[in-house]
Write a protein that binds this ligand. Sequence first.
Ligand SMILES: *Cc1c(COP(=O)(O)O)cnc(C)c1O
Length: 380
Amino acid sequence: MVDLKGQYEHIKEQVNKSVLEVIESTAFINGPEVHQFQKELEEYLDVKHVIPCANGTDALQIAMMGLGLKPGDEVITADFTFAATVEVIALLGLTPVLVDVDPVTFNIDVEAIKKAITPKTKAIVPVHLFGLSAPMDEIMEIAKAHNLYVIEDNAQGIGANYTSKDGSKKKTGTIGHVASTSFFPSKNLGCYGDGGAIFTNDDDLAHTLRGIVNHGMYIRYHHDVVGVNSRLDSIQATILRAKLPHLDSYNTARKDAARKYSAAFRGIENIITPTGFCHAENTICDTCNCHVFHQYTLRILNCDRDALVAHLNENGIPCGVYYPIPLHAQKAYKDTRYIEADFKVTNQLVKEVISLPMHTELDDEQINFITKTVIDFVSK
Ligand SMILES: *Cc1c(COP(=O)(O)O)cnc(C)c1O
């Protein structure tokens, strides 16, 4: 699914040198590399504060702690996403309210959000799923009208642009009140272990978050709030510093691969290719700037998706099903308030989606082999 070795070969010299320097310096925790990376990411994203932490799941949890969300508060998020999003909501004793997604963009459905709002609703967590921004103009409007926080889960969308209706461009993760991301190795900006970060433009919230990641300390050994221990270590930070300058070209390589995949699948009746949704123009386009293709995900219609998965695997082609079970149907997150009729799209998508290999090192020969194998199978 990914080719981390191939990508490493291009930056090997710098990565090896930087990692050795950190080891020689012995500044393993909260060293200067972490601070430098923080500054460089703030500049890249054009956001006031980046707070590095241990992983993307912690980032979400700490963001919610920083906002002061309390047990019983309802948090609306998408039914079709990775479980981390709903997991931290539940862990904090908040009430997750899962809602359906849009069949074209796979992102949280705006009408479904509106329908789910109650007097207890305190926050919305849009996930920029597979690297495509959720409809942030609409989500921010709803949040403003109902006095809600917006926490962007940007684990899959780092580097993506969101163009508002007024034409202004922002990076995903800098639009809501606070955002989280993950540097898990296979993410668009991945380190060589675990890592994550929180972003915000709010100075007070940033201060609160910096204490929470460090045991609730603002002054050494003075614990003002209940915190956690969640750090990005210096070795990971130095690897991320080596990779950040390449993030845009990495994302371009992903978009190029996606375009080639989609060109090969054009006209194949039972395949729906992912489309970049251009929010500014309210249109769907193949070459859209918005999507950074963390995953390249097809919908396979009137065909046995699981048999296709097996067929690809038999031919040595890795693939993934993200995600095979709706969150509302997971044992851990079942709730009697959910009605199946409210999850029509997710219930359908979990049967149809398949994600093909997507990374920065895909070549034409690989893409041709993959697309030919898929087309041969679905056209039978
Ligand atoms: C990867 C991911 C996370 C969690 O990130 P970790 O670093 O693995 O904890 C959270 N949300 C989404 C949507 C993700 O894809």
